[in-house]
Design a protein around this ligand. Sequence first.
Ligand SMILES: [Zn+2]
Length: 167
Amino acid sequence: MALLNILQYPDERLHTVAQPVAEIDERIQILVKDMFETMYESRGIGLAATQVDVHERVVVIDLTEDKSEPRVFINPVIIEKEGKTTYEEGCLSVPGIYDTVTRAERVKVEALDEKGEKFTLEADGLLAICIQHELDHLMGKVFVEHLSQLKQNRIKTKLKKRQKHNL
Ligand SMILES: [Zn+2]
């Protein structure tokens, strides 16, 4: 297994639209393992392949503290959305920035697992928010793009300055 490098906003590569996975082979299974390792190491609860510069539709999520509920979503599609909720989100690609985003309260998602088995999941609460956040990444969208242009500019300036000084 290997730790992967996480792209940092405003890296242009975060705006790449991911392609569907054509075949769930060993390469994808290794990618999934490496994404979990990278996410756990960074103390995140979700990671999209886009964030590690692999532009294929793969997402990993684990909301638990003890790494006990790893979830894999390959070629995920949200087929139903319901309600509205707000949550203060953060992102491993936007370190140190947290802000409130409005999303659907409940989602139904269809995806393949790492063995290629199709499943349907109905999610609410934090899981529903996390799924929407990660699927946004696959579309090339970072959560700050749900905020006002003014806020986005401030965040960009702050992060660019920080990256320049390597803080
Ligand atoms: Zn994120």
